[in-house]
Design a protein around this ligand. Structure first.
Ligand SMILES: [Zn+2]
Length: 106
């Protein structure tokens, strides 16, 4: 006598393990990874978003959009040194001359 046995193929959603079971009931655990959630696909996690990087500001040189020509970057602007005006020396007052004793009559 041949007893017909239906095999049920089970596939683990976690470890992709495939096995056959004779019972109609679903196995509780995956025989490979022992996961009770072998029949449930793993919840789709949020894909790791790359860290938001601050927008790249155009830099001078290195092909920034502000650099129109290479000569602009290489030659610094001529420094103009402000020449201080000659201050006319303050004339000493007569009193100061007398105190210093330059004025003659001491
Ligand atoms: Zn498994």
């Amino acid at each position: 006598m041949i007893k017909e046995v239906k095999l049920h193929q089970c596939g683990c959603e976690r470890c992709k393990h495939n096995w056959f079971t004779r019972s109609k009931k679903l196995p509780k655990l995956c025989p490979n990874c022992n996961s009770p959630y072998w029949n449930k696909p793993r919840k789709a996690k949020k894909s790791p978003t790359p860290k938001k990087q601050p927008p790249k500001l155009p830099t001078r040189g290195r092909g920034g959009i502000f650099s129109t020509s290479a000569s602009q970057d290489k030659t610094p602007p001529m420094k103009t040194y402000a020449i201080p005006k000659r201050r006319t020396p303050r004339r000493p007052t007569q009193r100061e001359i007398d105190n210093a004793g330059i004025g003659g009559a001491t």
